[in-house]
Design a binder for this molecule. Structure first.
Ligand code: THU
Length: 133
């Protein structure tokens, strides 16, 4: 099942997180329509505010390789509940993910909750608002 594969990949890639400041490792895995899985982890910086979350690293990796169509994503961290993505990542997800796309949030015990994009970020600002549509 793809969800389980994505969850395993998201948990596994946490080992590469560069988190000397928060020590909080996050991993993500994204399945593209072409069948490829992109993974990513969070990367921090001494200038704290320029850190990049695992979700955005993963999405940007895929986009920069020319991927534009996405099927499913998993995000994992060592949290008590399935890790909720931050607001900035939800906004980036909503730019590229279909409103019905599933995002699996999990923790290292694989306690998982699945949300659609529109459930994660309802009433989101989008290109339609810019265009006055
Ligand atoms: N972080 C993520 O990578 N994804 C999230 O959804 C929440 C937060 C990272 C950013 C920072 O490196 C660390 O977790 C603590 O906020």
């Amino acid at each position: 099942m793809t969800m389980n594969k994505l969850i395993d990949e998201a948990i596994n890639i946490r080992k590469n997180a560069y988190v000397p400041y928060s020590k909080f490792q996050v991993g993500a895995a994204l399945l593209t329509k072409s069948g490829k899985i992109y993974t990513g982890c969070n990367i921090e910086n001494a200038a704290y505010s320029v850190a990049c979350c695992a979700e955005r690293v993963t999405i940007f990796k895929a986009l920069s390789e020319g991927e534009t169509e996405f099927v499913e994503m998993a995000v994992a961290a060592d949290t008590n509940r399935p890790v909720p993505p931050c607001g900035s990542c939800r906004q980036v997800m909503s730019e590229f993910f279909d409103s019905k796309m599933n995002i699996h949030l999990t923790n290292t015990n694989k306690e998982t909750k699945t949300f659609t994009m529109e459930e994660l970020l309802p009433f989101s600002f989008s290109t339609n608002d810019l265009l006055g549509e």
